[in-house]
Every structure is written in structure tokens, then in C-alpha cells.
Design a protein around this ligand. Structure first.
Ligand SMILES: *[C@@H]1O[C@H](CO)[C@@H](O)[C@H](O)[C@H]1NC(C)=O
Ligand SMILES: *[C@@H]1O[C@H](CO)[C@@H](O)[C@H](O)[C@H]1NC(C)=O
Ligand SMILES: *[C@@H]1O[C@H](CO)[C@@H](O)[C@H](O)[C@H]1NC(C)=O
Ligand SMILES: *[C@@H]1O[C@H](CO)[C@@H](O)[C@H](O)[C@H]1NC(C)=O
Ligand SMILES: *[C@@H]1O[C@H](CO)[C@@H](O)[C@H](O)[C@H]1NC(C)=O
Ligand SMILES: *[C@@H]1O[C@H](CO)[C@@H](O)[C@H](O)[C@H]1NC(C)=O
Ligand SMILES: *[C@@H]1O[C@H](CO)[C@@H](O)[C@H](O)[C@H]1NC(C)=O
Ligand SMILES: CC(=O)N[C@H]1CO[C@H](CO)[C@@H](O)[C@@H]1O
Length: 427
């Protein structure tokens, strides 16, 4: 399973095509629907705690009789299947007064996980600190919305839900928003690699190779096949990571079409695809037709190609025999066979000689004997051949075949030829 180790390390090897889907546990802006459930610590005397005003939570305890500790706690929030929750808190902090004894230009974020909302916990009991907002370079004066800073934090789900709590220690703090989200890798089915993965809640960690990280997918098209195991990794931020060799391929006879959604479409009339891959169907070349559920191109009868299984090669007819073929009686043992030479340089001719039983015999099936001499030769002829060593006063039949490279691939019974007859002089 080497691929797993490379998966996140080599970002280039893997690709991501999904949009990011977030699930909100809390809505982005205050007031929150659970406002009434918020715990606000009651402070002694005339000291103030958090209070809610025009869509914001504020606290500003500057009457320093003792160290102020203002807590603001949310109601119980269920994880709702989330494995890791991301927290974004938009806030502003004012500068502490220079003569302030207790004021700290910071606030702390705490969380407590429980299984049920029954016993509302009172911070800090049972809470643990998860983030410190400690902004630098605070501006003078009262900050406003333009000065909002975002505190990021994250919690890993261990129980059924959690509480969040904020501790302010004397500084003027305004909370503009609290956003809690977890990520979901969306169902992906209409993507270019034809793999479908189910909607998956993002895991708590991006640990490559750890159990439970991979999600099994399947081919989104029944005419596609996988050649590897279809494993994808859903990341903590809701992004699918799928190795580029993990994909489904359109079967032979089915072409890949990216739109309107990626799918495998049966090759059309006269088209073929012989490969298991995501290429398009191709038109069968000249002289051939698609066959075998459009997985191959077969030559029309009487046509041939150099390579039987190279379906992208056109099919051709074999060359004909020569035109205007004649024989001339040369002497008692020789006949000259001649014809109009071809302008096609690739075309040559081959001769075959047969003896006829008599002048009426047209079949002339008996081959000329081994003493027969062909000049300049029996094959690779251009315009003529002098056939010698023949019996005197006899009739002969000559077949002159047109021959090209393609003939090598075709049995001789299919070759085309011209026929002529000739006689030797009486001896
Ligand atoms: C909380 O619930 C989970 C199962 O949802 C269980 O495994 C765990 O033991 C429970 N924890 C407590 C403290 O009840
Ligand atoms: C906090 O989250 C925001 C939004 O995702 C991001 O732009 C910012 O860089 C994060 N800051 C830190 C310190 O992680
Ligand atoms: C195709 O995917 C399925 C499901 O992931 C898997 O069981 C099967 O082994 C895969 N086929 C090949 C050839 O890897
Ligand atoms: C599909 O296979 C054919 C034949 O092997 C090849 O010519 C073509 O390039 C391949 N296409 C893709 C997209 O891999
Ligand atoms: C296919 O044949 C047609 C007519 O027979 C011809 O016009 C065309 O050029 C040929 N195409 C190829 C690729 O040989
Ligand atoms: C016939 O002609 C050929 C070629 O010119 C020659 O080789 C041969 O000897 C001749 N035969 C006779 C019987 O004249
Ligand atoms: C073959 O003979 C015919 C007449 O019999 C003649 O018209 C023609 O020109 C000859 N062709 C050749 C190639 O000698
Ligand atoms: C947790 C919560 O209240 N979520 C809500 C946020 O707002 C959307 C609509 O804007 C609701 O659909 C959610 O239920």
C-alpha cells in the first residue's frame, strides 16, 4: 500500500475536485439562537459581567476592586457526528488603561466535553483551556467592527457534545461572531474520474495510512471498470484526496464523455473503442466497419489491412492484375508475356504458368514443370516476362498477379490477376 504513504506527501500525485462543504453547528453572527442558554457569571457588587447589546456580547470590567473574572459560557452543543470542530471567534479588544492593575489584553477560550446537556457545568470546573487570544499592536481608542480579529481554535470530539467558555480578565472585549463548523467531504459522483464516494464526515486527523481514513468508492457508471482498489481519503477540511491512478475506466465499446456529467457512452454507429480507458470512441477507418459490440473494426469483404488488429488502419483492396496483357509466340520453347506497365512504383507483378491439355482447354490446371525458365524472373516484374523451356507446339495459360506489400499479409487465393494464353511454335 505504498500509494497511501505518498498520498498527502506528494500533493501533485493526487488531485481534488470537490467543493468544500461545511456544516454549521452555530450560526455565524450573534445573537445566537441559544442566547438564553448562555451562562454569564454574576459578579459581586457593582462589577459588570458579559452583557448582550445590539448583536454583540460585550464585557468591560474596569472597576478594579479585585481581579475581574468574567465568564461567558455557551449552552450545550452537540457534535452531531462531527469528529473535529473548528471554532472562529470574531472579537475586538481595547487597550488596558496604563494605571490598570488587573487588566490583561487577552481572553481565554475553554471547552468541556460531556455526553449530555443535563448538568450545565460552571466554569472553570471541568473546563480545559484550548486557546488564548492575545493580540499584539492594539490600536488606541475604542475599537470598532473594522478592527475585528479572528481567534481560531479546534476541538476533537470525544463525547456527545461540548460547552465553550470564554474568560475575560478585565479588558474591554466585544464578541462579534462565533462560528463553529465541521467539514464534510461531499458525495462525489459526477467527477471526471467516474468514481463515486459517499458523503463522509471529515475525520479528526489527517493521519495518512491510519485505519478508518480511507473511504471505499465505486464506479459511477456501470460501463466503467476499476483497475485499482477505489480508495479515497477524506481530509479534515472536507476535501477528497484521490490518487490519480485510482479511477474508473470506460469499457471497450464505450467512449468517455465529460459532459453533462462524466460517463461512458456506447460508441455510435461506425465507431469503435478497443481499449479500457477514458478516451473517446473513434470512427472506424475507411474500408472497415465496427463489430463485436463496437470493440473492433473489421475490414469489409475483399479488403485487407497490414495489421489485422490495428483497427485504426484503413482497409484496402489488393492491386489488380496488369492491363492489356498479351502474349507473343517467341520460338519453339519460349513465349513473351507483356502488358502496360503501371505508373504505381509500389506495384509489381508475379507470373504463374500452367499447361493446357489442348487448344480448347480453359482451365489449364497443371503447373508448368520445373525446367521452365522465367526471364528476368518469376516475380517483381514490371512490364514483361519471357517464359522459356516450354514444350513446343503447346498451349499455355499465364496468370499475372498485381503485388504490393499488402499481398504478403493475404493468402494467395485472394490475390488479383489477369489471365492470358499463349502458344509455342510447332517443333
Ligand atoms: C460518552 O458516550 C460515549 C459513546 O457515545 C461513551 O463511549 C463514553 O464512555 C461516554 N462517556 C461518559 C463519560 O459517559
Ligand atoms: C484562522 O482562520 C482563518 C479562516 O480560515 C484563516 O484565514 C486564518 O489564517 C487562520 N489563522 C490562524 C492563525 O490559523
Ligand atoms: C474495484 O473496486 C472494488 C471496490 O473498491 C474492489 O473490491 C475491487 O478489488 C477493485 N478491482 C480491482 C481490479 O482492483
Ligand atoms: C486509450 O487506449 C488507446 C489504445 O491503447 C490509446 O491509443 C489512447 O491514447 C488511450 N487513451 C487514453 C486517454 O489513455
Ligand atoms: C476514405 O474514402 C473516401 C472515399 O472513398 C476518401 O475521400 C477519403 O479521403 C478516405 N479517407 C481516408 C482517411 O483514407
Ligand atoms: C528461343 O528464344 C530464347 C530467347 O531468345 C533462346 O534463349 C532460345 O535458345 C530459343 N530457343 C530456340 C529453340 O530457338
Ligand atoms: C496487345 O495486343 C493488342 C491487340 O491484340 C494490341 O492492341 C495491344 O497494343 C497489345 N498490347 C501490348 C502491351 O502489346
Ligand atoms: C446551529 C444552527 O442554528 N444552525 C442554523 C444556521 O442557519 C441556517 C440557515 O441560515 C440553519 O439552517 C441552521 O439550522
Amino acid at each position: 500500500m505504498i500509494w497511501k504513504r505518498f498520498l498527502l506527501a506528494l500533493g501533485l500525485m493526487s488531485y481534488t475536485l470537490s467543493f468544500i462543504e461545511r456544516v454549521h453547528l452555530l450560526n455565524e453572527t450573534l445573537p445566537l439562537t441559544i442566547q438564553d442558554g448562555w451562562y454569564k457569571e454574576k459578579l459581586p457588587g457593582d462589577m459588570l459581567g458579559f452583557f448582550f447589546n445590539s448583536g454583540k456580547y460585550l464585557v468591560c470590567d474596569t472597576k478594579e476592586k479585585q481581579e475581574p473574572k468574567s465568564w461567558l459560557r455557551t449552552d450545550f452543543i452537540e457534535f452531531n457526528g462531527a469528529k473535529r470542530v473548528f471554532i472562529y471567534i470574531g472579537y475586538t479588544i481595547g487597550k488596558c488603561k496604563s494605571n490598570s492593575k488587573y487588566c490583561k489584553e487577552q481572553f481565554k477560550l475553554y471547552t468541556a466535553q460531556t455526553n449530555k446537556s443535563a448538568s450545565s457545568p460552571k466554569p472553570p470546573n471541568g473546563f480545559e483551556e484550548i486557546a488564548l487570544a492575545n493580540p499584539k499592536n492594539l490600536k488606541d481608542g475604542v475599537p470598532d467592527e473594522k478592527d475585528v480579529i479572528v481567534l481560531n481554535a479546534t476541538i476533537k470530539a470525544k463525547m456527545g457534545g461540548f460547552y465553550l467558555a470564554l474568560l475575560d480578565q478585565g479588558v474591554c472585549l466585544t464578541l462579534y461572531s462565533i462560528k463553529l463548523v465541521y467539514y464534510v467531504c461531499p458525495e462525489r459522483g459526477k467527477y471526471l474520474d467516474l468514481i463515486k464516494f459517499p458523503k463522509t464526515i471529515s475525520p479528526a486527523e489527517d493521519i495518512v495510512g491510519s485505519q478508518g481514513q480511507e473511504v471505499h468508492g465505486f464506479c459511477s457508471d456501470s460501463n466503467a471498470k476499476n483497475t485499482t482498489e477505489l480508495l479515497g481519503v477524506c481530509t479534515t477540511k472536507g476535501v477528497w484526496k484521490v490518487n490519480s491512478d485510482v479511477r474508473c475506466l470506460c469499457k471497450p465499446g464505450y467512449g468517455y464523455l465529460p459532459t453533462p456529467k462524466a460517463h461512458c457512452a456506447e460508441c455510435g454507429h461506425g465507431q469503435y473503442k478497443n481499449s479500457l480507458n477514458n478516451s473517446k470512441c473513434k470512427r472506424c477507418p475507411n474500408g472497415s466497419y465496427s463489430f463485436g459490440r463496437n470493440t473492433m473494426c473489421v475490414c469489409h469483404p475483399g479488403l485487407f489491412r497490414m495489421n489485422k488488429n490495428k483497427y485504426d488502419e484503413p482497409c484496402y483492396a489488393l492491386p489488380s492484375g496488369p492491363k492489356s496483357i498479351n502474349t507473343t509466340t517467341w520460338n519453339r520453347s519460349s513465349i513473351l508475356v507483356s502488358w502496360i506497365p503501371s505508373r504505381d512504383k509500389a506495384l509489381a507483378f508475379t507470373v504463374e504458368c500452367f499447361m493446357c491439355k489442348n487448344d480448347k482447354d480453359k482451365k489449364c490446371v497443371e503447373p508448368c514443370n520445373s525446367k521452365t525458365i522465367f526471364h528476368p524472373g518469376k516475380s517483381d516484374l514490371k512490364r514483361q516476362v519471357l517464359v522459356s523451356g516450354l514444350k513446343s507446339g503447346s498451349r499455355f495459360k499465364f496468370l499475372v498477379f498485381g503485388v504490393k506489400r499488402l499481398n504478403q499479409k493475404v493468402q494467395k487465393s485472394e490475390w488479383k490477376y489477369s489471365v492470358t494464353f499463349g502458344n509455342t511454335k510447332e517443333g
